[in-house]
Design a protein around this ligand. Sequence first.
Ligand code: UD1
Ligand code: MG
Length: 475
Amino acid sequence: MTTERTVVILAAGQGTRMKSSLPKVLHQIAGVPMISFAIDAALALDPERVIVVVGHGRDQVEAAVRARFSDRVVFALQQQQRGTADAVLAALPQVPATSREVIITYGDCPLVPGAFLQKLALARSDREALMSVATARIDDSTGYGRIIFDGNSTNGARNILAIREHKDCSEQERAIDVINAGLYAVDRAFLDSALSKIDASNAQGEFYLTDLVALANRDASTRTKAVELRGDASLLRGINDRAELADAEADMTEILNDRWRRAGNTIARGARIDRDVELERDVTIAQGAVLRGRTRVASNTVIDVGCVLDDAEIGESVTLKPYSIVTRSKIGARAQIGPFAHVRPDSDVAEDAHVGNFVELKKTRMAKGAKANHLAYLGDGVIGAGANIGAGTIFCNYDGFQKHTTTVGEGAFVGSNSSLVAPIAIGAGAYVGSGSVVTKNVPDGALAVGRARQENKEGYAERIRAMKKKPPAKP
Ligand code: UD1
Ligand code: MG
């Protein structure tokens, strides 16, 4: 039988230790706001509703979450951050009447997988307990709530008597190395009745959600009160400052990379693949490559050392040689890119095309099999199938006021070191002589030569040498 449930994600806190004007839960991990991972984990439970409790920086948090999850989450406003129990209280009116269980998590714990929340719910329901609490054993428990066990267990899960916050702990209690991770599955009816009983009579003058455990143990029913689900400390930890943010990002990178490896791709250690990137299969990614945004990569493509892809769409069997950059552009099947190529936004490189070293494209389409193998700037261009663009070619697209288009017809050959002054069209099959400055359209099949004519002066080299050897004239 499935239990109807709601997930409440706490994200109203300020995150003081981040020392940032950006709300903590919006700091990015793997290219997305960290709260996205908590929401993903919540949605994986297929709950009736996901409620995000917002407060500090609420407008920013709501906008960012809406942009990503639209109406799959709702928000509850906690006016003042008076503690974790007060935050859940703010969400309570939005928990549907049909929900019989509430899962509570934090927006700043991105490494917690959905499967763990599932286990947390099972830990409770298997024992018909009022609540289950995620715990972890850690070396330095400073700052965390400590778990106080009652020495008994229910079906293999230890019973919890209370959670004592660090500041309220006695000397002996501080020595406890099992901490409260801050994730709970709670019986809905119990939560409703217990929350209003929590007061702020503690060292911090806050409404502690952790008091739920002691309240459960005072419950008159014969049900199991609170049980433990032990988790992996490295996945349950929250992020409080930017050093922890960097650690979590490194761990998340390995988690995501491993997922792609298991799906049949070769991913070197030290490659970075953002959360929203998609790979088909048999993709090879070398160390130092960074795939950002909504980049898509088709099968059998090789992305070599140091490449940076941002919102790129890469076809199959493409080779991206080292240190190439592709931004918001498309690369067709079997194309060869780089090394050191720069494909700037709105470019479209068709199948079998070559973009070689130190070639920069901007808003340029290259049709099938077109080649620009070395040292070129091709901006606002439309290059026909099989055309060859020589080394040093420049599309002079900007006159200081406006950008203009350069069209190179199918099969045309642009000789090295030519400047094509846009707007301009080179006809299909046409030739442009090396070193030309082309300012007039070139008809199909024509040869354009736009450079100073060469002159040879027979014997002149000898005369120059003789002149140089003569001693300088006395003044
Ligand atoms: C809390 C637990 C502690 C546990 C630790 C694990 C309590 C009283 N203590 O302590 O036992 O070991 O988490 O990380 O719950 N929040 C709100 N509104 C508030 C206060 C907090 O939304 O009024 C949110 C924060 O944004 C954050 C989360 O709740 O995401 C936890 O708050 P925080 O202040 O970090 O609690 P801790 O003191 O770390
Ligand atoms: Mg905290």
